[in-house]
Structures are given as C-alpha cells and as structure tokens.
Design a protein around this ligand. Structure first.
Ligand SMILES: CCCCCCCC/C=C\CCCCCCCC(=O)SCCNC(=O)CCNC(=O)[C@H](O)C(C)(C)COP(=O)(O)OP(=O)(O)OC[C@H]1O[C@@H](n2cnc3c(N)ncnc32)[C@H](O)[C@@H]1OP(=O)(O)O
Ligand SMILES: CCCCCCCCCCCCCC(=O)OC[C@@H](O)COP(=O)(O)O
Length: 254
C-alpha cells in the first residue's frame, strides 16, 4: 500500500507533461518530422513501382500521402481562389515561405505536374530528401548563384518541353515575421524565359497558432489565398525587375 502511494504521484508526471503546452510544442514538432520521414519511406517504393525513378508524376503520391497530416497536428486549411489555378499548361506559382509546415498547404492545392525549387541541402534529409528527388524537385545551390541561375534556365526549357509547373519561394529563404522579404529575381526570370503566367499564393501567418519563442504549437487554421495570374507574354529580361516589383505589391496588399 505504501509503495502504491509512492508511485501514484509519479504517474501524474506523464499527465502533466501531456497537458503542458511546451511539451506539446516539442512533441508536435518531433512528430511532424518523424511522420514525414515515415511517409517518405512509404512513398519511395510506391514511386519506384509507379514511374521507375525520378518523375514528376510521383508528386501525386506525395500529395496523396501528405494530405491527412494537418489533422494529426490539429490544423485546418482553408483555400480561396482555387479557380485561379484552373489554367492549361505550365505556369510558375510563387508564395511566401514561413516554415517546413508550408508543405502541408502546398500539398493541399498542388496542381498536377507541379514540382518545386529547393535548396540542395534538402536532398540530405534522409528519406524526405530521396522522395524530393524522386518527385522531380529542382535543387539549387544558393551559395553558387551562377550555378543556381543555370539550373533555373534549364528548368525554363524543361517546363515547356515536358509541360511542367514550378512552385518557387521568391523570398529564397524562410521568414516567420508575417511580412514579405524582398523578392529574389529567379522566379521572374523563369516565368519570362518560359513566357508563362505567374500565379501568386499567399499563406496566412502561422503566428495565430505557432510561436517559436514561447514554445506554443496550438490548433489553428492556415488560410491559402490563390490570386489571379500575372501574364508575362511578350516580356523580356528588361521587364523582370518591374514584374518582380508588381508581384511583390500584389503579395503585400493581400
Ligand atoms: C510522402 C512524402 C512525405 C515527405 C514530404 C516531403 C515533401 C516534399 C515536397 C515538397 C516540399 C518542398 C518544400 C520545399 C521548400 C524548400 C524551399 C526552399 O528551399 S527556398 C530556397 C531555395 N529557393 C530559392 O532560393 C528560389 C528563389 N531564389 C532565386 O530565385 C534567386 O534569384 C537565385 C537563387 C536564382 C539567385 O539568387 P541571388 O542571391 O543571386 O539574387 P538575385 O537578386 O535574384 O539575382 C542576382 C542577379 O542575377 C539575376 N538573375 C537571377 N536569376 C536569373 C536567371 N534565371 N537568369 C538570368 N539572370 C538571373 C538577377 O536579375 C540579378 O541581377 P540584377 O540585380 O537584376 O542585375
Ligand atoms: C533530418 C532531416 C529531417 C527532415 C524532415 C522534414 C520534414 C518535413 C519536410 C519538409 C521539407 C521542407 C524543407 C524546408 O522548408 O526547408 C527550409 C528551406 O526552405 C529554407 O530554409 P533556410 O532557412 O533558408 O535555410
């Protein structure tokens, strides 16, 4: 009996941990990474069986496998402007980039035959790196910008030859401040070189449910706003700066 009295307060420890929001924060973050690694592990053989290797069609598998993850984290995703994605042929999607959670919103609206541009370090992220490669993600070396530009010039050609859509984060890095960093030019050169429209997508700030400093990761809603296309037909490299400025205005005002 005495022993039981000793033990029972100890049983409260996991309960207290469970209810502590700091614990929830770390648990959700750990769970997210671990679950994505596991899903990637499932997606790798599925992709190899379906396409035999690196192929944009594998993005369908990734999209399908990722769509339930929001529920596991207590998140809802609301999309507006879905009709703006109903375009034939290739285009460039640009969006703000807050954190790795962006993948959830991305997979919610990812059109067919659409992949993304990412920093090359992502390829070393274990199973996630491998599935990114299998999904046709275009890797760039941000430290060697001349290489990055060459890769993106090639991507402009491939987009047209293979009827591919590309999602680019024009800020070029993550930014959780709820505003937009200055845009880099790559996404706009890409769209102009391929003469395809740009579709801006705005992710709402995660600050309503996620606070890195305060260690809070609550339930919440991610709002995705798909905006009308911006045409680039007839533009040349001289127009890239004004196109980037215009897109930045559109992004900050919505
Ligand atoms: C079931 C599976 C479960 C697992 C789940 C896994 C799911 C996976 C699926 C999906 C997840 C994916 C999630 C990915 C998330 C990752 C996101 C990232 O990694 S974001 C970082 C990388 N992306 C970028 O950085 C792009 C944006 N950056 C650019 O476009 C830059 O422009 C860049 C890198 C090409 C060059 O950067 P600069 O730092 O040199 O800056 P600048 O000012 O743009 O360029 C300098 C000069 O070069 C010209 N320039 C730039 N690009 C050019 C080009 N293509 N052609 C000609 N000139 C160009 C510019 O006009 C500028 O010249 P003038 O100042 O105007 O004279
Ligand atoms: C050991 C690695 C574990 C990897 C677990 C991955 C779980 C989720 C997969 C999402 C991939 C999204 C990657 C991402 O969002 O990368 C960040 C870069 O865009 C920009 O980063 P930086 O701040 O500019 O370096």
């Amino acid at each position: 009996m005495d022993a039981l009295w000793m033990v029972s307060p100890l049983l409260l420890v996991p309960l207290l941990l469970w209810t502590s929001s700091t614990f929830t924060f770390y648990f959700k973050k750990f769970f997210y990474v671990a679950w994505m690694m596991f899903l990637a592990l499932l997606a790798i053989p599925m992709s190899v069986v379906k396409s035999g290797g690196r192929d944009i069609e594998n993005m369908r598998i990734i999209r399908f496998l990722v769509r339930h993850v929001k529920y596991l984290l207590g998140l809802q995703i609301e999309v507006s402007g879905q009709e703006h994605l109903q375009l034939q042929g290739p285009y460039v999607i640009i969006s703000n980039h807050q954190s790795s959670l962006d993948v959830l919103g991305m997979m919610e609206i990812l059109p067919d035959r659409c992949t993304t541009i990412a920093k090359k370090e992502l390829i070393y992220a274990g199973t996630v790196g491998l599935i990114c490669w299998l999904g046709g993600i275009v890797f760039i070396n941000r430290k060697k910008t001349s290489d990055a530009k060459n890769v993106m010039c090639d991507a402009a050609k491939t987009m047209l030859e293979d009827q591919i859509r590309l999602w680019v984060f024009p800020e070029g890095t993550r930014n959780q401040q709820g505003d937009l960093l200055p845009f880099k030019k790559g996404a706009f050169h890409l769209a102009v070189q391929a003469q395809v429209p740009i579709i801006p997508v705005v992710f709402s700030s995660y600050n309503s449910f996620y606070h890195r400093k305060e260690k809070q990761f609550n339930s919440g809603t991610i709002r995705l706003k798909i905006l009308p296309k911006i045409e680039t037909k007839g533009m040349s490299s001289d127009d890239v700066s004004s196109l980037a400025d215009k897109s930045y205005q559109v992004g900050t005002s919505s």
